[in-house]
Design a protein. Structure first.
Length: 277
């Protein structure tokens, strides 16, 4: 299969390259998502057997001031990709986010749960999902949360960096979610692209669910870093974009439809820390 991947340097794209170096990967210079028409034209010219969109505008706080740009990249570009895939009759696998939900309650959200984003980033990602569904393309939308790896910018790398100079940190403890290894997302995307025969929306997030504060404690414990973590509420750590308090995702359909088990994030964290140290 000839699989075309939008994204080359992001966390999932990096892990995809490790798993499948034979796929074709497009950098920002080769496929600029701020030019949606060019993205569609690239697909039509390449005529791949499937497309994976692992690129996005992910600067959650900046999106509050750049919602138009975020919308172009997160909604209009995926729409153009989906329309091109529909024209060619090929599947599109698209990565989305738990931020399409409002984060209320304490239950894990199923893929068909009502959406209600509470920030600009979430609104633009939801618009991308809706455009893909409307295109008529065969597609899989894979929502995820709290992505980490040895690449790019993520919470694990930030904590490891801070642990070199700080003995104590105050970290939010009332946001709960599943840290998700980028390697597992990459595995799921590849499996979907190679085996997709019906459209659907799926979830992947790590188990067990945890707070940011407890995630940090596990990072420091595994890395043998002595850092005291003080748990604080979200209101004591204001950010331009509101964050959902509940990011728990129900991943059952990913297992039943594709045989992809929910990742055990502590196991993958150990590998990432080894790679970083």
């Amino acid at each position: 299969m000839s699989i075309l991947v939008f994204g080359k340097t992001g966390q999932v794209a990096c892990e995809l390259q490790r798993l499948h170096p034979e796929f074709t990967y497009l950098s920002r210079e080769e496929a600029d998502l701020s030019n949606p028409d060019a993205c569609g034209e690239t697909i039509l010219a390449a005529k791949p057997s499937a497309v994976i969109n692992a690129a996005a505008y992910t600067a959650v706080d900046h999106a509050e001031d750049e919602e138009s740009l975020a919308y172009t990249i997160n909604a209009e570009a995926p729409a153009a990709m989906a329309n091109a895939c529909a024209t060619l009759g090929i599947p599109l696998v698209h990565i989305s986010t738990d931020y399409v939900f409002d984060g209320s309650g304490e239950m894990s959200r199923a893929p068909d749960a009502p959406t209600a984003p509470i920030n600009a980033y979430g609104r633009t990602k939801l618009a991308g999902e809706e455009a893909i569904r409307a295109s008529g393309a065969l597609h899989a939308i894979l929502r995820t949360s709290w992505v980490f790896s040895a690449h790019g910018n993520n919470f694990v790398k930030t904590m490891m960096r801070l642990s070199e100079t700080r003995e104590a940190l105050s970290i939010v403890a009332d946001q709960i979610g599943g840290p998700t290894p980028a390697s597992d997302i990459a595995l799921a995307c590849a499996k979907m692209a190679q085996n997709l025969n019906k459209s659907g929306t799926y979830h992947i997030s790590g188990a067990p669910s945890v707070s940011w504060a407890d995630f940090a404690r596990e990072i420091f414990a595994q890395a043998d870093r002595i850092v005291t973590v003080t748990a604080i509420p979200t209101k004591d750590y204001p950010t331009p974009a509101a964050r959902p308090l509940n990011s728990r995702l129900d991943c059952a359909s990913l297992l039943s439809d594709f045989g992809v088990k929910q990742p055990q994030w502590k196991d993958e964290l150990a590998k990432v820390i080894r790679e970083l140290t």
